[in-house]
Design a protein around this ligand. Structure first.
Ligand SMILES: Nc1ncnc2c1ncn2[C@@H]1O[C@H](COP(=O)(O)OP(=O)(O)OP(=O)(O)O)[C@@H](O)[C@H]1O
Length: 262
């Protein structure tokens, strides 16, 4: 399966060496050392780039499939371009081929001592498996969670919804969090949509980092509050924060009822 898809993407990008990074439900992600048009680009990482390829789905009607691939790729690129304009940390888009579902972007993150990419999930797992409880709850972990919350606060203040907030979709670079994977992103000013975005992250933290999830979630929310209270947003920030947190309580309640009913 992967070989066929690698063959397909190599056909679209001839002579570009590709290394498979991940195969998810929606896309295949590759690393390459080749920039498509500049020899010395001004990016945080000038030696490696990411290529995200959304393959066609054989079970969909070819015309519908082509339209979905094109629209989702355009949607993701536009979202990333807006993030860059707003200064919300995420990979810069380098190039895109909408028709073939390809996004060439900046490669973020670094390598952890165990060789894994420095996503929030991998970093916390690394600490949980190799270090003491004290280390897992140290100041730099609190600061990273606060900063993630702040970043999401800024995203929501701009009425942007990530749609798939998990600790894998947050990369850390020199302690600074950056968001990735905007395949399910959308725009909404509704507190409900923002609350659901937060709830998805809260549940992801609970299931992925269960031992310390209470602390991590508390620190994330503290950062989220701080993000809204930044002088940049004035009184509007506090108003939006109160509305979203009130909705978050409703969403949690609905989630609990649903799990009680099985
Ligand atoms: N810009 C980037 N810099 C570094 N690594 C990245 C970048 N984008 C993606 N990755 C790596 O590729 C993985 C998959 O990327 P992404 O989540 O965007 O694809 P996906 O197919 O939508 O994933 P899934 O279906 O699992 O949600 C990420 O978890 C990360 O390890």
């Amino acid at each position: 399966m992967t070989d066929r898809l690698v063959g397909q993407v190599s056909g679209y990008l001839p002579n570009i060496p590709l290394e498979v990074v991940s195969q998810g439900a929606e896309a295949l992600v590759f690393k390459t050392k080749v920039h498509p048009y500049i020899e010395k680009p001004y990016l945080q990482n000038n030696s490696e780039y990411i290529i995200k390829f959304r393959p066609s789905k054989p079970y969909r009607h070819p015309k519908i499939d082509a339209s979905i691939t094109k629209n989702r790729t355009i949607g993701e690129v536009k979202f990333m371009a807006k993030l860059s304009k707003l200064g919300i940390k995420a990979p810069s888009v380098i190039s895109a081929d909408y028709k073939n579902g390809i996004i060439w972007m900046e490669c973020l993150g670094s390598e952890l001592p165990n060789g894994e990419v420095s996503s929030l999930k991998n970093w916390l797992w690394y600490l949980e498996r190799n270090e003491s409880e004290e280390r897992c709850l140290a100041d730099d972990v609190k600061l990273a969670c606060n900063k993630v919350g702040e970043l999401i606060g800024k995203l929501h203040m701009n009425d942007m919804i990530h749609g798939d907030l998990t600790s894998s979709n947050i990369l850390l670079q020199n302690g600074e969090p950056m968001l990735i994977d905007f395949g399910l992103s959308s725009y909404s000013g509704l507190p409900e949509d923002k609350a659901v975005d937060l709830y998805v992250l809260e549940r992801a933290i609970l299931s992925t980092h269960s031992v310390f999830s209470d602390k991590y979630n508390q620190w994330l929310l503290e950062g989220y509050e701080a993000g809204h209270k930044s002088s940049e947003f004035g009184k509007k920030g506090n108003k939006k924060l109160v509305e979203t947190i009130r909705k978050l309580e409703d969403v949690r309640l609905r989630g609990r009822k649903r799990s009680m009913l099985g």
